[in-house]
Write a new protein. Structure first.
Length: 178
């Protein structure tokens, strides 16, 4: 439980203090995955998906959940060298999204949601893929699934809550929306 809290806390603090960045570097160069992604990739979107905010409000510890979100929530939403990453509720505007007034924020890292940081604490979840020993898969999620910042994903798994209510999805499946 403590590790879940620490990961979410570090992510939130990073977002709050980093703001908009001019850097586009989100980590090391990626290479071909060493772990087979097939057991995790879903060929069809699972039914009953909830956006991150709704899942945070309703999911209890150990519930089976399907959660829809966009990769992001910080300058670096990835857990380096691990199959874990942050997702944000699709209703929250990334800095590259056009507002109803037709405006956008001029951030080079729109996945940090620096224009909406006040909404992030209740609109984020951590996604973790674990091996059959209950350890996080030792492969960068970008390599494993071919995903990138701001991509919409649908993850299926088990909800885990920390002592302050943050949501982690211990995922056993992922569907990649285009």
């Amino acid at each position: 439980m403590k590790i879940y809290f620490e990961l979410i806390l570090v992510s939130i603090v990073t977002v709050m203090f980093a703001g908009c960045s001019n850097s586009t570097d989100t980590g090391p160069a990626l290479s071909k995955a060493k772990v087979d992604p097939a057991p995790y990739l879903l060929s069809a979107e699972p039914e009953g998906g909830l956006d991150v905010i709704a899942a945070r409000e309703s999911a209890k510890d150990d519930d089976t959940v399907v959660v829809i979100g966009r990769v992001g929530g910080g300058l670096n939403p990835w857990v380096e060298s691990r199959a874990a990453f942050q997702i944000v509720d699709p209703s929250i505007l990334a800095c590259s999204d056009e507002t109803p007034e037709g405006e956008t924020c001029a951030c080079k890292t729109p996945w940090d949601y620096c224009c909406e940081t006040d909404k992030l604490p209740n609109a984020m979840a951590l996604v973790r893929f674990e091996d059959n020993q209950g350890k996080v898969v030792l492969e960068d999620a970008r390599n494993l699934f071919g995903i990138k910042e701001l991509q919409t994903v649908v993850v299926k798994g088990i909800a885990k809550r920390d002592e302050v209510g943050n949501l982690t999805v211990i995922a056993d499946g992922i569907y990649l929306r285009n």
